[in-house]
Design a protein around this ligand. Structure first.
Ligand SMILES: [Zn+2]
Length: 385
């Protein structure tokens, strides 16, 4: 089955060789999808016939958003905690344990329905790839169950047994459990392993021990790093060759230079700073130093309960001083780099047919018109959603 999308006013290819600027923008083009791949892109006047047609009516077409950081397998919500925080209570990360208790008590079907609801919600807002972490089970059976359920919704599954030390556990004994029995049970369902490296969660030595054990099991690495304090997470992520260091809110000069000379992406999660009323990551400093930046939602019931990439993108432009083009690139190609994928986040022949048509003539409108539902069409694997 082939699909022709014609009358595209502005096409964001994310390929600098194919068009103008960082986003590789082309104008007045058409595109043909064959099955789950892009088959052809060219001038609108030369469009070939296809089985079906979508008339873009001179709107903008972009790669689908790649949300490389989300926590979607959980039960319950923490609206009351959010309310208290907005009334002045500080964020400490301790509320994670509330969600752990609710998640352990939930049935498979409750967890599956809630996660699917959030994936569908993200899809309607233009997300075509989403990473999903465990981390609210924190015992062998519930972590493995979380990853099994996550695997029903995405191939980008991440073992985050080291989210926090569960209530009543000895930290060293828990780290030992995570890197042995829990890892053995979870690795068959996971592509990635992640650790919340932070004061009050896991220190540098514990993080290293877990990540190295994960790598030995064939998992690839990512790290929750430098969210609340200037800890060792970012430098550890770079040293161990992690695909991504996520949060990067508090960075030293040494952290910046480590990232800029590496293949480790800095994944910024402005929904977390928004929802915890925290200082923003210094995106300008990272980009100017040559660091590859991604944007993701960190969707979770505690510190960032948004599934909206357009919302995060608008925050990045308004409050983190990224240009609209940098933010669009970070939310698409940047996310793909953070997941070490080259078939998504880019629109060129051979790439996956994951794309969005905006109800707007330009990518600029995503940040220019915050909070407005601008996602007109979403195609995932070539299939209209
Ligand atoms: Zn997170």
């Amino acid at each position: 089955m082939s699909v022709l999308i014609d009358n595209i006013g502005e096409l964001v290819t994310n390929d600098e060789h194919e068009g103008d600027g960082l986003l590789g923008i082309r104008r007045d083009v058409a595109m043909v999808l064959e099955g789950d791949r892009i088959a052809w892109i060219g001038p609108n006047a030369q469009k070939p016939p296809a089985d079906t047609r979508i008339d873009a009516q001179h709107r903008a077409v972009l790669p689908g958003f790649v949300d490389s950081h989300a926590h979607l397998v959980f039960a319950g919500d923490r609206a009351a905690e959010f309310g208290a925080r907005m009334a002045g209570e500080p964020y400490t990360g301790g509320g994670i344990r509330t969600t752990v208790a609710a998640t352990r008590a939930a049935s498979d079907d409750e967890l599956r329905r809630n996660a699917k609801r959030l994936v569908d919600e993200a899809r309607r807002q233009g997300t075509t790839t989403i990473e999903i972490k465990s981390g609210y089970g924190l015992n062998v059976a519930d972590e493995a169950r979380s990853l099994r359920l996550a695997g029903e919704l995405t191939t980008e599954t991440t073992f985050l047994g080291a989210h926090v030390v569960p209530a009543g556990s000895d930290p060293d004994a828990y780290v030992e459990l995570v890197r042995t029995e829990m890892l053995d049970a979870c690795a068959p369902y996971a592509k990635w392993v992640d650790v919340f490296c932070e004061r009050g969660a896991f220190d540098g030595d514990q993080t290293r021990a877990i990540l190295e054990a994960g790598a030995k099991k064939g998992l690839q690495l990512r790290v929750h790093a430098n969210q609340l304090t200037e800890g060792p997470g970012v430098r550890l992520a770079v040293e161990l060759g992690a695909a991504s260091a996520d949060h990067c809110t508090h960075l030293s000069d040494a952290d910046i230079s480590a990232l800029s000379g590496s293949d480790t992406v800095a994944t910024l999660l402005p929904g977390a700073e928004f929802s915890t009323r925290s200082p923003w990551p210094d995106a300008r400093r990272m980009i100017d130093a040559g660091v590859t930046v991604a944007l993701a939602t960190d969707c979770n019931p505690g510190s960032s309960y948004t599934s909206s990439m357009p919302f995060c993108l608008a925050l990045a432009v308004r409050d983190m001083r990224m240009t609209p083009a940098e933010a669009v690139h970070a939310a698409t190609a940047g996310g793909a780099r953070a997941l070490r994928r080259d078939d998504i986040g880019v629109l060129r022949p051979g790439a996956r047919a994951d794309l969005i048509v905006l109800d707007a003539p330009s990518h600029l409108h995503l940040a220019y018109r915050p909070g407005v539902p601008l996602i007109q069409n979403v195609l995932h694997n070539g299939v209209p959603q």
